[in-house]
Design a binder for this molecule. Structure first.
Ligand SMILES: Cc1ncc(COP(=O)(O)O)c(C=O)c1O
Length: 365
């Protein structure tokens, strides 16, 4: 008899897998719906740049070849665009893979990770899967990251601190001064994994311009992704900007062909299509304003966001989530941790209207 749950070990046996937003097709089948909109995974509602789709079609005949394991073209494109040395970039299959690589490379037996809570659940899922744990440091009642509390949680043995700004699911951010003070206090052998998955959407004047910070703070690893503002979630491509030796160590651990050919080409084009990015950001700003106004009319409290989603207090999060599903709108229920909230991604103007109409029917009747 082979008992795989025993073979996997206790850390895997008790692991609760990540629950992605419900796929559109699944909901259509479940409720016999013709039209379903998905505002659950903070994807780009406008899709990728048309330049990207054109280049992908041209590249399709090449896919019998392995990709460039070093992602040379993409490395050059990102290096040039962000003015970062090419050897201080490391690419992964989404920033999720960067999170995993960081832990596989640097977290040794007995060491663990820390993050403010609530935040991106993947930090703790990957930590646990790696045989370690992520300790959560609570945020303030209004979800502001409490950096004093976080510093207090950085005890010996904490190898990585995950810090998402803007944070998922709250949309809150850490301002430049506070982040600097935090970096000055944190020990140099604690890696600060600064997760900037949503940085392109920020408009707060004191949002930190962290790109050059690796010079002063070599323990900062900046993680970014093409999944959100650049609309490439389905291709799985993200990266980090870090100290040269940090990238070199992680490079030893990563799979030789971890990022695929289509993703590399798409990302190299996307990062240079500023016009498309402007469209995406404009849509987000306008959608955010509209949703704020409508939430206020409905008396729904929300957390002001710096990202492409809004955390809204709807009273009974589960009930509203389920009623929205029946009306063909997929949002994110926040679970036991935030039971009165839903998180809604900002969509196209039409999607935002459909969502609000459905929400109004549920709340007002
Ligand atoms: C804060 C945060 N970091 C990282 C990711 C992962 O993005 P990806 O693996 O698609 O790059 C997400 C996705 O939702 C996120 O919200």
């Amino acid at each position: 008899m082979t008992d795989y749950s025993k073979l996997a070990g206790g850390n895997i046996g008790s692991l609760v897998p990540y629950k992605p937003g419900k796929p559109i097709e699944e909901l259509k089948r479940e409720f016999g719906l013709e039209r379903v909109i998905k505002l659950a995974s903070n994807e780009n509602p406008l899709g990728p740049s048309p330049k990207v789709t054109g280049a992908l079609i041209e590249t399709l005949p090449e896919i019998s070849r392995y990709p460039d394991g070093d992602a040379y073209m993409l490395r050059q494109a990102v290096s040039k665009k962000l003015n970062v040395p090419p050897d201080q970039l490391l690419f992964g299959a989404g920033s999720n893979e960067i999170i995993e690589l960081l832990l596989r490379t640097f977290v040794k037996p007995g060491e663990y990770t820390v993050s403010p809570s609530p935040s991106f659940s993947v930090y703790s899922i990957i930590s646990q899967a790696m045989g370690t744990r992520c300790e959560w440091a609570p945020t303030s009642p209004t979800f502001e990251t409490d950096l004093d509390r976080l510093i207090a949680a950085v005890k010996p043995g904490v190898r990585v601190v995950f810090l998402a700004s803007p944070n998922n699911p709250t949309g809150r951010y850490i301002n430049s001064n506070d982040l600097k003070t935090f970096m000055q206090k944190v020990p140099g052998d604690t890696i600060i994994a600064m997760d900037e998955a949503y940085c392109e959407f920020t408009d707060a004047p004191d949002y930190p311009e962290t790109l050059g910070w690796y010079k002063e703070y070599p323990n900062m690893v900046l993680m970014r992704t093409f999944s959100k503002a650049y609309g490439l979630a389905g291709l799985r491509i993200g990266y980090c900007i870090a100290d040269k030796m940090c990238c070199e160590m992680m490079n030893r651990v990563r799979q030789p062909f971890n990022t695929n050919m289509l993703a590399q080409i798409a990302a190299a084009i996307a990062i240079n299509d500023e016009e498309w990015l402007k469209n995406v950001l404009r849509n987000n700003t306008e959608g955010k304003k509209y949703l704020y106004e409508e939430f206020e009319k409905l008396g729904i409290k929300y957390i002001p966001t710096q990202a492409n989603f809004i955390l809204a207090d709807v009273g009974d999060g589960m009930a509203v989530f389920e009623k929205l599903l029946q009306k063909g709108v997929i949002v994110r229920f926040m679970g036991k941790e935030l039971p009165s909230y839903i998180r809604v991604s900002i969509g196209t103007p039409e999607e935002n209207k459909i969502f609000l109409k459905a929400l109004k029917e549920i709340i007002v009747g």
